[in-house]
Design a binder for this molecule. Sequence first.
Ligand code: ATP
Length: 361
Amino acid sequence: MHLKIASEQTENRKIALQVSNVSRHFDGTAALQDISLSVTAGEIICLVGHSGCGKTTLLKMISGIDTPDSGSVFINGQPIVNGTHFIEPEQRHVGVVFQNYALFPHLTVKQNVLFGLRKTPRATASARADELLELVGLSHMAARYPHMLSGGEQQRVALARALAPTPDILLMDEPFSNLDQGLRQKVRSETIALLRKLGTTVIIVTHDAEEALSAGDRIVLMRSGRIIQQGTAHEIYDQPNGRYTADFFCNFNALSGTIRGGRIETALGSFELTDQQNADGAVHMYLRPSHIYPVSDDGDLHNTIKGTVTERHFLGETEELVVHTDDQSAPLRVRTALRLPADTGTIRLRLDTDKAFFFRD
Ligand code: ATP
C-alpha cells in the first residue's frame, strides 16, 4: 500500500462526494433540510455554522452513523444511501476524526493506528501503521499509551488512525477545538499541509469562523439545517449574501438607515454614497471596524462624525476602539493601526461608506 501524493493525481478532478437533497428530522424538527453538496476529490471543505445548525448530523449521513429521511449520498459516483441502498459504515471508505479523538486508552499509539487496519494482513498493516506514524511525526511514541500524550499528539494519532485505511473521504468533527489557542494553529496548519500532500478529500466541521477562513478550499455555511452560502474564503468574506453570513465572519458595525438620493441617513448622521447603484429605501449598512478611520479635525470633514473613546483594546498590530457618539445608537467599533496618544478622548472618524455592505432585510 502506498500513499497517494496529490501531484501524482490527474488535474481533472472528479466528484468524490455528492449529497443530494438530504433531509433529516428529529421529533418533527428539521436538523437537515434538503441539503445538496458536491465535493471534488482532494478538496478541503470547512463546514461551519452556529451550534445546532446540523453540521454533525450531515457528517453522520455521510459516515453512515445515521440515515437520512430522504435524499441520497454518493461516494465516487456510487450510491451509499438512498431510498433503496444502505451501505454499512465500515464499507463506505469514510474516515472519521472525532472531537475528543476517541482513542482507545488501553491500546498503545501503534495499536490504535492498527485498529483502523483490522482487515489488512498483519505484516502489511504493521508497515502501514509505521508509515502513518512517521508521517504524523510520532514514530518515537509508538509504544506509548494515549494518557502519555499531549492533546496535539493525541490528535495526530487520531488522524493517523483515520488515514491508515486510505479513506476516500475524511470527516473531521471539530478536530482542533480541544487544543489551546497557540497549539491549535500549529496543529491545524500541519494537519492541512499533510492532507493536501496526500490529496485527501476532507470535510472539517468547525464553528470557528477564523479557522474556516484559513483552513479550507471552500467554506460551506449552514443555518437551521440549510446551506446559507458557500464559496472560497475570499468570496464568503468579501461578498456575504446576507446579514447572517456577514455577522458570522466579522464583527460588523450595523447601522439601520434609509438610502435617499445618493446618501444614507442614519441615527449617526447623513453620509454620502459614491456608489449610486444602491436603490432608495430602508437598509442595514454594515461597516467593518477597519473601515472606520480616525481622522484629523483640521482636514476634509466629509463623511465624518465625532465621538468619545470609551474603551481601548490593544491587539498588537492593531487596536480596537469603542467609540460612543452623541446619539443613543450602539457604540462604534473601530480597528486602527495608528498609534493614538494615550489620552485620546474625543475623536473624529470617517465612515468609508464605499466599503459598506447594504442589506435590505
Ligand atoms: P454543534 O456545533 O453544537 O455540535 P451541530 O451543528 O453539529 O451543533 P447537530 O448535532 O447536527 O448540530 O444537531 C442539529 C439539530 O438536531 C440540533 O437541534 C440537535 O438538537 C438535533 N439533534 C441532533 N441529533 C439528535 C437526536 N439524536 N435526537 C434529537 N435531536 C437531535
